[in-house]
Design a protein around this ligand. Structure first.
Ligand code: AMP
Ligand code: GLY
Length: 428
């Protein structure tokens, strides 16, 4: 079977790599892919953009593509699945109606309320005056969110009322374009975050291993928010008991609420959770796709062939799929960023040492790279994702950091404390 993967990040490189571990997969085509997918064997890049639904549909029909996997949220929210379904193609990823769970935070909040899913208390505003009155009355800390997709930049965790007012004025003043014309203001939750990515065929839902990512740029979880600087799985904070509660109190009721709205949701439902100091799981947000970099730690641990899992979702046969098989042990991923990220950074910097890093046991996924006249160069803020698996998280981290030592990329930045929360737990 041939599979087409839509997207160009580390998540999509990990998807292509995992799919190709099965000899049932003849070829993976990435649209548009990156320098990593360009050099993976049985994989090639196709020079179309992720919003070229017609081009993707035509290529898939002509080339007999058996499965299309959509990585990022933007094409899902724009209706790529609806378009490809209409062409008779098989897609892993929800329809436009389902993708609203990520594309509109107000819509997701209303769904959670209806389903009685535990989440932060919230109110929705389109007028600055009412929003400012609300935060003044509530006080800080308080969280201001642009309703729509804002490339990870639409959330402000305000520690003072004046910071909250600034965020309200920025969003409603057009800082995020149409995505910020409506805002959600919510209670600031305390605790530890965890990501539970679940797969669903619209009828059955099953969680993958829980993961944790590290959103801040600086060590000790300080500094600006980023797309994610590293991850590990499984996240020990999500115990077996807690996972049962997450399934019962969050995943299942959310799926039921989607069904009640007539939404046929096939793909990933990603619950970004806060585990409160009392040990209760609350939803921070839902995403309609796999996490990045969570995918780069969850997929290396998956033993069940990925295309079987994805086809079971796309063809609505998940109830018949045997339980997912996982490698024992743990996985870690450290993100290598360009100097200056998440602020401005330069591109086109040569990268060397990938084969040497892989010889150390690292799995090097490319996030923002491209081939320039046969030389690999940086092409984004997050450049490489170095993952490793081993018997323990400590060993996986040691392997990943050992592999990073072999990389040469001028000014490369990475956090040296990935997995610190869980390491403390492992050492207890
Ligand atoms: P997002 O850009 O939607 O992934 O959110 C970015 C980050 O903001 C989350 O990972 C949390 O760290 C933080 N955040 C969002 N909502 C809340 C909340 N209600 N309470 C505390 N932190 C939050
Ligand atoms: N790692 C966070 C995200 O994918 O949204």
């Amino acid at each position: 079977m041939k599979v087409l993967v839509v997207g160009s990040g580390g998540r999509e490189h990990a998807l292509a790599w995992k799919l190709l571990q099965s000899d049932r997969i003849q070829e993976v085509i990435c649209v548009p892919g990156n320098g990593g997918t360009a050099t993976l064997s049985r994989c090639r890049n196709l020079g179309l953009t992720v919003d070229d639904f017609e081009g993707i549909g035509r290529f898939s029909t002509v080339n007999n593509i058996g499965l299309i996997v959509v990585g990022p949220e933007a094409p899902l929210a724009a209706g790529i699945t609806d378009y490809l379904h209409a062409q008779g193609l098989t897609v892993f990823g929800p329809t436009q109606a389902g993708a609203q769970i990520e594309a509109s935070k107000a819509w997701a909040k209303a769904l959670m309320e209806e389903a009685q899913v535990p989440t932060a208390e919230a109110a929705v505003f389109t007028q600055a005056k009412a929003a400012i009155e609300y935060v003044t009355e509530r006080g800080a800390p308080i969280v201001i969110k642009a309703d729509g997709l804002a490339a990870g930049k639409g959330v402000t965790v305000a520690t003072t009322v004046s910071e909250a007012i600034e965020a309200i004025e920025a969003a409603l003043g057009g800082a995020f374009g149409a995505a910020g014309q409506q805002i959600v203001i919510e209670e600031c939750l305390m605790g530890q975050e965890a990501s539970v990515l679940a797969i669903t065929d619209g009828k059955t839902i099953r969680p993958l291993l829980p993961a944790q990512d590290h959103k801040r740029i600086g060590e000790g979880d300080t500094g600006a928010n980023t797309g994610g600087m590293g991850a590990y799985a499984p996240a020990p904070i999500v115990t077996t008991d807690l996972m049962e509660r997450i399934e019962r109190e969050i995943l299942q009721p959310t799926l039921t609420a989607l069904q009640e709205r007539g939404i046929d949701y096939r793909g990933v439902l990603y619950a970004g959770l806060m585990i409160t100091p009392a040990g209760d799981p609350k939803v921070i947000e839902f995403n309609c796709r796999l996490g990045d970099p969570e995918t780069q730690v969850v997929l290396p641990l998956l033993q069940t062939p990925l295309h079987e899992v994805m086809l079971a979702c796309a063809n609505q046969t998940l109830d018949r799929l045997p339980p997912l098989q996982w490698h024992p042990g743990a996985a870690a991923c450290v993100v290598i960023a360009a100097p200056g990220y998440p602020g401005s950074y330069s591109k086109g910097v040569p990268i060397r040492g990938i084969a040497e890093a892989e010889a150390q046991g690292g799995l090097v996924f490319h996030a923002g790279t491209r081939l320039k006249e046969q030389q690999l160069v940086s092409d984004g803020g997050r450049v490489l994702n170095v993952s490793a698996i081993d018997q323990t998280l400590a060993a996986a981290l040691q392997k990943a950091y050992g592999a990073i030592n072999a990389l040469q990329f001028e000014g490369m930045y990475f956090r040296r404390d990935i997995g610190h929360h869980a390491l403390q737990a492992e050492n207890l």
